[in-house]
Each structure stands twice: as C-alpha cells, then as structure tokens.
Design a protein around this ligand. Structure first.
Ligand SMILES: *Cc1c(COP(=O)(O)O)cnc(C)c1O
Length: 473
C-alpha cells in the first residue's frame, strides 16, 4: 500500500495500514494497484452467499496478509446470524424492487441498522486479530454525530484488545440513536456526551491526538482503509443480483457524505466489476455535487438536515479519488490538497484536469432537499409499500432524476433503516415506521449513567480517559 502523498514509498502491508490512521505525510493509504476481477471469476460468485463473496473480494484486497482460514473466521463472526438475524433467507444485502430496473439495496440489516455496520463489524474482527498477533492493546478515541458511534460500539463491544471512547454531542442525535449508543455503554465501551456540537467533539479528538500522551490513540473513522475495503463486497453482491448476466452494465446511486461508501463502489468498478454509472447523491450539503459538476472542491459550513449522517463540510475520502484523477502523481496531489487546506477551495482546472475526468470514470452527481426526500419516501412507498429512510431517499430522489430509458438496471444504496429517523417518516407518510422487534424497548433499556457528560473542555476529557484506560503501557 502507498500514501496518496508519497507514492515512492512502497511496502506497507494491509495490516500495518489497518492500525494506522493517516499516513505520516498526511496522505491516505491506497493500494499500489487495484487487484482485478476477471468476468469468469465474477460469474462463479453468482448466487453465492454474502460471506463467500466477502471472502473472495477481501482476499484480493488484503494481498495475502491474512491466512485464508483466519479470514474465513473473521467474516463468519462479522456477518453472523447473531448480528444479521434480521436478514430473511440469509441474504444480508438484498435488493428491493421499486419498479422495472430500479432497486434499493438494503445495507442496514446489521446490529445498529445503518450500512456502517457492514464495514465496522469486519474492522472490529480484523483489528482484534492484528492486535492479538502483536500482543498489543489499543485505546480508540472517536467522535460521532450518530451512526458511526453505535456501529463502532456494536462491533468492538467485548473485544479484549480494544478500549473505545466515543464522543457525541449532548443535543442533536435522534432519541433512537442516543438510546442505541447508551445501551452499549459498559465494559470496554465508554460514551462521553459533550455539551457542544459535533464539531466540538471532533476538535477535542484532534486536540488530544496532537498531544504526546494521547498520540497513540487509534481511530475508526471512515478514512480507515479497513473500512473502505470491507465495503467493496456488497457492491459486488449488488451487481450480481441486478445484472441479468455477468458483463451487463449496472448503474449505482450512493447517498454520500464523507465519500467512503462511493469510493468503495468506485474501487469495485476499478477492479473490473461491470458497473456503468457511479451517481453521487448529496443532500443540501452539496460539496460533492458541486465538485463533480464543476471540478471545484470547496469547504462549506455544514447545515443540519433531515439526512444528518450526510451533513458534512468536506469529504475526506475524496483525496483517494483525486489521486487517481491526477494520474497518481503524489507531488501534484500534495500541492492540490495543501491548497484546499489553506484556501478552503481548489480547482482541478489549475492541475490540468477537470470534471470531464470524473465523467470518464463514470461519475455524475445531483443533490436533494428536504422536500425531495419526503417525496421520494412517498413515491417508493406508493410503488412497493416499502419504507425507506431519509438518506436512502436522497439516493432515490437523485436516482429517479438520473435514470435513463436505456434498460440498464439502477441500484440505490439503502444506508439506514427508517426506524432511526421516525420524525421524518411521520412527516412524509403520516405514520411511524414499525419497529423491528430487536429495537422495541430500546429507550427503556437505557442504563443510568450511560453517558459521562463533559463540557467542551479538553482537560475533563483527559482526566476521564486517564481514569478508565491504560494508555501508558
Ligand atoms: C455515513 C452515512 C452515509 C454517508 O456515507 P459516506 O461514506 O460518509 O459517504 C449515508 N447514509 C447513512 C445512513 C450514513 O450513516
């Protein structure tokens, strides 16, 4: 694996990258080349179980770094009946047919009802394996506005190798999200509620990690290559479910925030899966939509919307695509990213590239408003009596607009269950979506003191971590 900002240095293995966050030069790790998936090999996976698909795809992406039987074990535990019992008939990433050639792929049947479970479950297993092998223990400090926190906690709960501290804003998450995280407190999981906003949580994490004492703290955010690579298998599965035969084109629509999910779709395409269009869907926070239309990447203050997991001011994983667009020239990419960091804006045009390069790779984009989401929720419910969540609605709304009458199937990613966002569903449909049995008494089960509350004050956080983790050994 190589860093986007220094392509000369080779030789870092998958497991080294797994435990590292950013590369020391500030870049993101990417494979030195994309492994390939010949069509005949892809065809052998038609009808295979998700675990078998995940094994074949991950094996290519970890480049021989984990023994086959170990990898099988991790995948079996990550995607166990226990965690994905909600999936009917064993397919944990099924397609819902909305109308002819238009589907929603359900990626949220995991323990915390969002697609982040798909990667986080596997990441937990891989980190645990690697830490055991090295005889190490890792303390992780993260910040969440909702879905990442509970997915990480569900995946790391009970692992003896990891202690997890998760900061979240005291106000802003849905009651369901808060209860979900709170119910996972205890053991190796510490929830810290910050009297501030999500940005304050992120700033606290950054501040501590910049200090000698806390510099070794780990991360599980979406730039982690282990997460990106664990999202590729469901695009392979989705392709195989939607294509009549291997080789036929399929279009994908991905509701995007930090650009991790779409990056994984792009990697599937680069590996040779015959994905035709990669349609980026944003909400009102349309940094990415503007980027794909104009080639200008510009930071914008995040606004709160009804698809909150996509409320971002920049899209960290975009750096990995920019690296390819700039022909893997690490020096040019470094200059490009440094310009973005200092001026909060950078134009591909000044680097001899432009939006036409995105188009060549299959990308297009559009954005949605709250009204668009409500309409998409209603449209899908009318067509097939299925309730989608507001993030999925961003994808569906853009998908309906982008769909061509070329007979190519289009698959929109279903990134969360509607139960997580009851208020918006009520507004769209007039009723609250039925709760899956496993979430029925979630709020009632919330233990007292599930959250340790602090001010936006690094010293309070330092003390809490020192009290509860051994980070000095
Ligand atoms: C995180 C998230 C997204 C955005 O995914 P990115 O990888 O950040 O682009 C979309 N929908 C839901 C429900 C999410 O939790």
């Amino acid at each position: 694996m190589i860093s986007t900002r220094d392509s000369s240095k080779k030789g870092l293995s998958y497991s080294d990258v797994l435990l590292a966050g950013l590369a020391p030069d500030g870049g993101l790790y990417v494979p030195s080349e994309y492994p390939q998936f010949p069509h005949p090999e892809l065809a052998t996976l038609t009808g295979a179980s998700y675990r078998d698909i995940a094994f074949t795809v991950k094996k290519k992406l970890i480049d021989g770094d984990i023994l086959d039987e170990e990898l099988h074990g991790m995948i079996d535990r990550a995607y166990s009946e226990d965690s994905f019992g909600a999936a009917e008939g064993g397919n944990i990433v099924p397609l819902i047919r909305v109308e002819d050639n238009f589907y929603v792929q359900q990626l949220s049947l995991g323990p915390t009802a969002a697609f982040k479970d798909m990667a986080m479950q596997q990441l937990g297993q891989e980190m645990d394996y690697e830490l055991k092998k090295r005889g190490e223990h890792l303390t992780i400090l993260g910040a969440t506005s909702g879905d990442t926190g509970s997915a990480a906690e569900a995946a790391f709960k009970g692992l003896g190798t990891v202690t997890l501290f998760m900061l979240s804003p005291e106000v802003g998450m849905s009651a369901f999200q808060k209860a979900q995280m709170g119910s996972l407190s205890g053991g190796n999981i510490f929830n810290v509620s910050v009297r501030g906003r999500f940005d304050d949580c992120q700033d606290l994490v950054k501040e501590l990690k910049g200090e000698e004492e806390f510099s070794k703290l780990g991360a599980v955010n979406s730039i982690n290559w282990g997460r990106i690579s664990s999202q590729v298998p469901y695009f392979v599965s989705g392709y195989l479910q939607a294509a009549t035969q291997v080789g036929d084109p399929v279009d994908l629509v991905v509701p995007s925030g930090n650009f991790g999910d779409m990056l994984s779709a792009y990697i599937a395409k680069r590996m040779g899966v015959p994905i035709h269009r990669l349609v980026v869907a944003t909400n009102e926070n349309n940094v990415l939509d503007k980027l794909f239309k104009t080639g200008v990447y510009e930071l914008a203050p995040a606004q709160v919307t009804s698809s909150p997991s996509m409320d971002i001011s920049k899209a960290s994983n975009y750096e990995r695509l920019a690296f390819d667009v700039l022909k893997r020239d690490a020096a040019a990419l470094t200059k490009y990213m440094k310009e973005f960091e200092s001026k909060k804006r950078v134009d591909l045009k000044d680097y001899g590239a432009g939006p036409e390069d995105f188009a060549k790779l299959g990308f297009s984009s559009d954005s949605s408003t709250h009204a668009n989401r409500l309409q998409a929720i209603r449209d899908v419910y009318e067509k097939c009596s299925y309730v989608i969540d507001p993030h999925t609605a961003d994808a569906v709304s853009v998908g309906f607009r982008e769909k061509k009458s070329d007979g190519i199937p289009m698959v929109c990613m279903g990134t969360a269950l509607p139960v997580k966002f009851e208020d918006t569903i009520k507004e769209a449909l007039g009723f609250i979506p039925e709760r899956p049995a496993r979430f029925k008494d979630l709020e009632k089960a919330l233990p007292e003191n599930a959250f340790h509350v602090i001010d936006v004050d690094a010293e309070q956080l330092r003390q809490y971590i020192r009290q509860h983790a051994s980070i000095h050994g």
